[in-house]
Ligand binder design. Sequence first.
Ligand code: HEC
Length: 103
Amino acid sequence: MKVLCSTGAGVLSVLLSACSLPQPPAVSAVSFPEPESAGAMLLQQHCAHCHGAPTPDTHDASSWPGVVYRMQTRIVTKAYQPMTDEEMEALIAYLQKYAGSVQ
Ligand code: HEC
């Protein structure tokens, strides 16, 4: 029988090590604040179709609503599932909470 990993490794380290098995692709190269929150979910659900979902610190709080509204029109134009008003509000609140200083 072919031994894939070092023999003394044990099951856990076999699972954790890269070994020679193919690895699943990373879910996302970036990490978002409060990853389990509704806002972070909405961001990844609605904002990653056309480009990578931006992190909230890429705009300041005053700029986010305008960006999100502009993106909603792009979403509609491309026939992706549009955000509901409630989803847009929750997403904007999330983006503003962790906004940066760049306009
Ligand atoms: C239907 C495709 C599409 C989706 C979905 C989409 N975008 Fe965009 N996004 C674009 C295009 C095209 C551009 C470049 C032109 C522009 O800025 O309007 C862009 C540019 C951007 C930029 C850089 C320009 C700027 O104003 O800083 C940000 C930030 C951004 N999108 C955020 C978002 C967010 C947040 C969402 C989710 C609500 C989203 N995008 C969803 C197509 C999309």
